[in-house]
Ligand binder design. Structure first.
Ligand SMILES: Cc1cc2nc3c(=O)[nH]c(=O)nc-3n(C[C@H](O)[C@H](O)[C@H](O)COP(=O)(O)OP(=O)(O)OC[C@H]3O[C@@H](n4cnc5c(N)ncnc54)[C@H](O)[C@@H]3O)c2cc1C
Length: 491
């Protein structure tokens, strides 16, 4: 099988008939449903790009010799790492970083499962073989993937095994000759409704103890597996007029609660079973988190570039670009962009072959970036809000402009310094949809949380950071001052 195009993506999704619910109703066909049909087209566009730019987006499969997606390519040189980046950047500039779970994100994860398959052998040698085969299967079939890492928020002060209803969270029910039976709930599968398969993996941040072994699993199954339900949140596609909702009409991915009702996971799809220790180490020891962070920083750059463009046009359109504080806010975005680019280039420049034989970016650079961007992104959204002011609420709809009586009034009223009223409103609606609409607010929420709770990520970062050299340098400086100690101070 070769890399798929958009039409094949849509046909496969239609045929799969995933068990998706939205607004209390079972969705008959996600490719036609108003909540999903536009984002399905955006996904299809990404797959079409693979054939429009084959040099950039495809490579030759090491097993079949067919052309497959480069976002699955295992890099063994820095040049190949850069090729991966260029393919990912092509997709990210197409979506302007607004589809956080575009396929390249999880392709980075399953890519690693091939070369790092032996990691899974710690639980059972068969799991290593399962991981290797799955990595190949995902690449050769160009699977689109969703994933779920976290347990429901019942009582975060207690371990998952100590909850008042310990069976709410997804857990192992029993083992059979065919596979394992699992039951319970997982969160929060972005794109659950519009993808082929789901990866159930441990959290990247929250670590588990041995008591949580029944919940410590990793496996992958098709999204139409019997017993699996995707309960998608209320969609933010209010209407799909691209003037009114320029972004949500294209990139609204949907987030799903996932319900497993005694679901059979075949043995060949199990990677980790009842093993909190292996779960806790998976992302770091395989370096999956590093390759995923590489994709994330590329997405962050594309997103910041787009946001910067919106802010610059907005400033110009109402003649505020000469004011000092306005320029300073533009500079904040520019500095963010340049900082993220520097993280990326340092990560690639210092890349090394890891123990699995994969050319792996410098994690220090990417880890700093993935900890920093969630903290800075809410500020970027705030800058749009501050600079747009009333203009972000004075945003008539396309229908208003179509009305012969009020349209011309609005067109005149909304004119800007260098743009006509209709164009200015179009620009301001874009700025609003980027940051303030339901879609825009979710973008800010997404950036803050999607890689894990930034507070606990920050704690883990602090713990891991090699602090000793800095403390030692200061100790030496103090010593070198040769200050005579008072007699009561111990030597
Ligand atoms: C838009 C969006 C899309 C997402 N998409 C996906 C996806 O595709 N797949 C997926 O698996 N996940 C997804 N997530 C979930 C994401 O991984 C989690 O939101 C993130 O890991 C934080 O976990 P939580 O939401 O359970 O927060 P909680 O852990 O419940 O935290 C809630 C608050 O309590 C505090 N808190 C909780 N426990 C502690 C503690 N022990 N110590 C200190 N403070 C604590 C936190 O700091 C935070 O402020 C998505 C989330 C969002 C918002």
């Amino acid at each position: 099988m070769r890399a798929k195009n958009g039409k094949q993506y849509i046909e496969r999704l239609k045929k799969a008939n995933n068990n998706v619910y939205v607004n209390g109703e079972r969705v008959k066909d996600v490719t036609e449903h108003p909540a999903f049909k536009n984002v399905v087209q955006s996904m299809a566009r990404l797959y079409d790009l693979q054939y429009e730019k084959p040099e950039k987006m495809l490579y030759t499969s090491p097993t079949t010799g067919e052309k497959v997606g480069k976002t699955f390519m295992v890099p063994t040189t820095i040049d190949e790492l850069i090729e991966r980046r260029e393919a990912m950047m092509e997709w990210q500039t197409t979506t302007h970083g607004l589809m956080g779970r575009s396929p390249d994100y999880l392709n980075a994860d399953v890519m690693v499962m091939g070369p790092a398959a032996e990691f899974f052998a710690e639980g059972d040698p068969a799991f290593a073989e399962n991981a290797r085969k799955y990595s190949e299967y995902a690449r050769e079939n160009d699977l689109s993937l969703t994933h779920t890492l976290i347990h429901p928020q019942v009582n975060r002060a207690k371990a998952v095994s100590e909850q008042k209803d310990a069976n709410v969270a997804l857990h192992l029910v029993k083992k059979t000759s065919e596979g394992i039976i699992v039951d319970g709930i997982r969160l929060l599968a972005t794109q659950g409704a519009i993808t082929d398969e789901i990866l159930v993996f441990p959290s990247t941040v929250k670590k588990s103890g041995e008591k949580d072994d029944p919940y410590s699993l990793a496996f992958a199954i098709p999204n139409n597996t019997p017993g699996l339900k995707f309960l998608s949140r209320e969609p933010f596609v209010v209407n799909d007029n691209p003037f009114d909702h320029p972004l949500s009409s294209r990139f609204e991915e949907g987030d799903c609660i996932v319900s497993f009702e005694n679901v059979l996971v075949p043995w060949e799809r199990v990677f980790i079973l009842e093993d909190s220790s292996v779960c806790n180490r998976y992302f770091r020891e395989t370096n999956a988190v590093v390759h995923m962070a590489h994709q994330v920083v590329i997405k962050d750059i594309a997103k910041t570039e787009f946001l910067l463009g919106v802010v610059l046009l907005l400033m110009e359109s109402i003649g505020i670009d000469g004011f000092q504080h306005v320029q300073d806010k533009g500079t904040e975005i520019m500095l963010t962009l340049e900082t993220m680019k520097s993280h990326l280039y340092r990560a690639e420049y210092n890349a090394k072959l890891d123990k699995w034989g994969v050319m792996t970016p410098d994690y220090d650079a990417l880890d700093a970036a993935r900890n920093w961007y969630p903290r800075i992104y809410p500020r970027l959204a705030e800058i749009v809000r501050i600079l747009g002011a009333s203009g972000l609420m004075g945003i008539p709809t396309y229908k208003d402009f179509e009305n012969e009586e009020i349209g011309p009034i609005l067109h005149r009223a909304m004119q800007g310094k260098n743009v006509e009223g209709f164009e200015r409103v179009q620009l301001f609606r874009l700025a609003w949809d980027l940051t303030m609409s339901a879609f825009g607010s979710r973008q800010t929420h997404y950036e803050y949380y999607f890689f894990g709770d930034p507070v606990r990520m920050g704690m883990a970062y602090f713990e891991k950071f090699d602090k000793e050299p800095y403390k030692q340098r200061v100790r030496e400086y103090l010593n070198d001052l040769n200050v005579k100690k008072p007699h009561y101070v111990k030597a």
